[in-house]
Design a protein around this ligand. Structure first.
Ligand code: ADP
Length: 618
């Protein structure tokens, strides 16, 4: 056995082991550290050939002169004590280039006859390992840097006790306890979280290895000495070791307090508006962008006897009067196109009292940032009482004007007879008085006729006796009559306009009304221009004056019932505010259009058009 052992460690075997060992080996002899032996591996490390054998090490590797190795060699040679180096950096020249290596090494004394005669060198190249470690460290550093600047609050807790190993600035600020928290138990750092769910949740993640993710969780934290409420969306993620055991927890948190508070304010605002809607005496509703009702108040719920969730299938044609339903659809469609508010009087069926009730429906579109309608806000106001009062008033006016007409007709007859008799007797002065009386009776009759017309229109009883007639002839006749009773010059510019199918007397009434208004509202001008022309498939009439005109915002209101433009000068003119309303109703019922252009203090031009008759044989 001994012999075998002896053979194994024969010089030859040792030499082969020495030269082929995967570690660098060298023997440096004497004070000058002459390279007595160097195996292939160490020569490779050094980047030199075997010609260096026999040279002092400092001559073979001049680049190490200022590194720590000569000192270490000296020390080992002088003291005989072995020196070990771990991951020691070495700069070695290879093919003219300085390269960086890291070595683990052992320098030991070579003792011959109890005297130190040299130093043996064992060197292992650990450059790759060191570089990998450095890379890892750098990566970790960078990762921590990223965590530091993240908007998220980030912390790492170690162990079951949740020791704070890392917390970025955002998390430090969140806790409000400064940087000294690192290395402490989370529970001790934030005593205020006792009784809140966080520690329990963390312990559960630690125990189960399952992450916990939540949004908008409430947390009460002491900041600047006061307990304040915050909201966080956060995650607790387990950090596991190579064996899959949980060793810590990564906490990512985002402060969403402002968002949650803004939403709470918005919700409160919505609630306030709902309360407001509930407190209103009207029916209040809102729709989505497709005109589908999405909210209505208690008044509507009661009126329709309908719960909120049934609204999407509700058929409003069941409850709105058929005529008004068509009108409502048309008006709403038009308002949608124009993105404008609309107002409409319509009848809703009151099931409780088994009758239709008048409501004023009013809706305003709400536009989004792109100018598109995102909803409608509407109200329905009960105007049933108002409507029946208005109807009563109309009935009264109808009866009163009717009753007044009969004595007026007799009065007119008497005035005319009186005038004739007085003229016969040669009493011209009194005859003139009788004539003036007759003129006043004519005015009074016109006023009473207007009142009667309005009551007829409002009760839907106005009848148009339509016939075919020559429009320009009617205008010429009417202007001629008007010209006889005024000093104002009516300049008539007429074209052969064509035949229309309408109520000749009523259209004449409209022309008279427009001309007499032009005269009435031009106290300082003595000219009026009346034009008749054909425009597309219509006849068009215009009456231009150079009178007081009217402000832009009042212009389209003059066709409303009883509407009179206010103003110091305007109110000095007598009138009931009915003439244009009646004219508009007549024109519209004749499928025509009426409109006005006007400039304040410069004058107005009133227009109306009527469709030309297609019947050419008239
Ligand atoms: P009335 O003349 O009896 O008041 P109308 O219905 O004929 O009633 O006219 C309504 C209002 O329109 C008038 O009160 C007046 O303010 C305004 N208006 C009508 N015609 C003219 C005009 N040619 N120029 C200026 N204002 C006018």
């Amino acid at each position: 056995m001994n012999k075998l052992l002896q053979n194994a460690i024969s010089l030859e075997a040792l030499t082969s082991l020495f030269s082929q060992a995967p570690v660098g080996l060298a023997i440096l002899m004497g004070k000058e550290h002459i390279i007595a032996n160097a195996n292939q591996q160490i020569l490779e490390y050094w980047g030199k050939g075997d010609h260096v054998i026999g040279l002092p090490v400092i001559e073979a590797l001049p680049e190490i002169a200022n590194q720590e190795f000569p000192g270490v060699l000296k020390s080992v040679f002088e003291t005989g004590e072995t020196i070990k180096g771990n991951k020691v950096k070495a700069l070695l020249e290879k093919d003219g280039v300085m390269l960086t290596y890291y070595f683990d090494f052992i320098y030991s004394a070579v003792i011959t006859d109890k005297k130190i005669t040299g130093v043996s060198v064992v060197a292992i190249n650990v450059t790759d390992q060191v570089l990998n470690e450095l890379k890892l460290q750098e990566r970790e550093l960078r990762f921590k840097e990223i965590l530091e600047i993240s908007d998220y609050s980030i912390a790492i807790y170690r162990g079951e006790d949740m020791i704070i190993e890392f917390a970025n600035d955002a998390m430090i600020n969140t806790w409000g306890k400064g940087h000294t928290v690192i290395g402490k138990k989370l529970e001790d750092t934030l005593p205020e979280i006792k009784g809140q769910p966080f520690i329990g949740l963390l312990k559960n993640v630690f125990k189960t290895g399952e992450p916990y993710i939540t949004t908008e969780e409430k947390a009460d934290l002491v900041i600047d000495g006061t307990l304040q409420t915050f909201y966080y969306s956060f995650a607790y993620r387990p950090i596991k070791d190579v064996h899959g055991n949980v060793e810590g927890i990564l906490n990512l948190a985002l402060n969403v307090t402002e968002l949650v508070q803004a939403r709470m304010i918005a919700q409160n605002t919505v609630k306030e508006y709902r309360d407001l809607a509930e407190a209103m005496p009207q029916i209040v509703w809102t729709t989505d962008e497709n005109n589908k009702i999405k909210y209505f108040n208690e008044n509507m719920r009661k009126f329709l006897n309908l719960e909120m969730d049934a609204i999407s299938d509700y058929d409003f044609s069941k409850v709105i009067h058929a005529t008004d339903y068509i009108n409502l659809k048309r008006t709403w469609d038009k308002a949608t196109l124009e993105k404008k508010l609309f107002e409409l009087e319509c009848r809703f069926f009151d099931a409780e009292n088994d009758k239709y009730i008048w409501f004023l429906t009013r809706a305003t579109p709400v536009l989004d940032d792109r100018g598109q309608i995102k909803q409608w806000i509407g109200t329905c106001t009960n105007i049933d009482e108002f409507k029946s009062l208005a109807a009563q008033k109309d009935t009264f006016l109808g009866i009163a004007s009717h009753e007044l007409k009969t004595p007026l007709t007799s009065l007119k007859l008497y005035a005319q007879v009186l005038e004739r008799m007085l003229r016969k007797t040669g009493d011209e002065t009194n005859a003139e008085f009788a004539k003036k009386m007759d003129a006043q009776i004519v005015k009074l009759t016109a006023l009473i006729n207007d009142l009667l017309d309005v009551t007829k229109i409002n009760s839907g009883k106005i009848h148009l006796n339509k016939e075919y007639f020559d429009f320009d002839k009617l205008v010429a006749e009417t202007v001629e009559e008007q010209q006889m009773s005024t000093s104002c010059e009516i300049d008539l510019q007429i074209e052969d306009a064509g035949i229309v199918f309408a109520d000749r007397n009523r259209i004449s009434q409209v022309i008279v009304n427009l001309i007499s208004n032009a005269i009435k509202y031009s106290p300082r001008s003595k000219q009026i221009i009346v034009k008749v022309m054909q425009a597309e498939n219509n006849v068009k009439f215009s009456c231009q004056d150079f009178g007081i005109g009217m402000p832009l915002d009042k212009m389209n209101r003059v066709f409303e019932q009883y509407y009179r433009v206010s103003g110091v000068e305007q109110t000095t003119f007598p009138g009931l505010g009915l003439g244009l309303y009646i004219s508009a109703q007549i024109v519209e019922r004749s499928e025509g259009k009426i409109w006005v252009e006007s400039v304040l203090e410069e004058g107005s031009t009133f227009y109306f058009s009527l469709p030309l008759s297609q019947n050419e044989n008239i």
